[in-house]
Ligand binder design. Structure first.
Ligand code: ZN
Length: 262
């Protein structure tokens, strides 16, 4: 990730305060538009120019209401493919979910859930090669995603806290949807068979969830069991790797509540 020095940031703020449009500043200084928007937001907030956007409250620290449905979805996305940046004195930490440009609908859903979970925080999209990073900036990310820690998710133990489990139990499909959208897929295998002398094509749709973390696959499997979806674990080499949903009735349930990526 690029780090933009304070000098560039100062030049950007000077231009923005002078009324130059965000997109023009981004182009001129070769800084992503999302970064410019964020700098402007922070600058205006510091100068008290963001009415209705006071210091954002946190559901865990201040007891602000949390949209549980959107949270279950965002938690699934986060566990599948999300990342929280390291905390430092100079930057507000961000939660970033990288989503493929092949699925603009999924990107839109992710952004909507992010806004619902963090209604008072700055969100943005940053374009990368073949994907967009959907981001939200907050000082309270680890309150909402206590699974954050050093190293990769599959190299450490991942368990939900009791309050998170309660939300997942109340909105299991939203959670599954987030997991599949970030780290899963729906594919169609097909074959032909001779029936009464006529060659017929048969399709076998199935869903996969692919994640290296045994703990995260278990969370996915538990949620699937809860909603009555039958699943199996398949391996890559000798390591369990995929969760597979292949039975007709279970695939039909998944189609109803999750569906192909879009
Ligand atoms: Zn907090």
């Amino acid at each position: 990730m690029h780090f933009h020095g304070t000098e560039v940031r100062q030049r950007a703020l000077t231009l923005l305060r002078g009324g130059t449009k965000n997109a023009d500043v981004a182009r001129k200084l070769n800084v992503p538009l999302g970064t410019i928007s964020y700098w402007k937001h922070v600058d205006r907030a510091k100068r008290g120019e963001c009415p209705g956007r006071p210091d954002p409250k946190c559901p865990r620290c201040d007891g602000r209401e949390l949209n549980a449905r959107a949270y279950a979805h965002l938690l699934g996305l986060y566990l599948g493919d999300g990342h929280i940046s390291h905390y430092s004195a100079h930057r507000t930490p961000n939660l970033m979910i990288a989503l493929d440009d092949a699925w603009p609908g999924v990107q839109g859903e992710a952004e909507t859930s992010m806004r619902r979970v963090f209604p008072d925080n700055a969100t943005c999209r940053v374009r990368r090669k073949g994907c967009h990073n959907i981001k939200v900036y907050s000082l309270h990310l680890t309150c909402l995603f206590p699974q954050h820690g050093p190293g990769k998710k599959h190299e450490r133990h991942i368990a939900l806290e009791a309050w998170q489990q309660k939300i997942v139990d109340a909105h299991p499909w939203e959670f599954i949807r987030g997991l599949i959208q970030s780290d899963g897929c729906r594919i169609t295998n097909w074959t032909t068979r001779l029936v009464g002398g006529e060659r017929k094509r048969y399709e076998y749709p199935r869903y996969f969830f692919t994640n290296k973390s045994d703990d995260i696959r278990k969370l996915c499997g538990d949620a699937l069991t809860r909603v009555g979806v039958e699943w199996t674990t398949t391996a890559r080499g000798t390591d369990p790797y995929n969760i597979s949903v292949a039975r007709k009735a279970s695939v039909a349930l998944m189609d109803l509540h999750v569906g192909p990526k879009h």
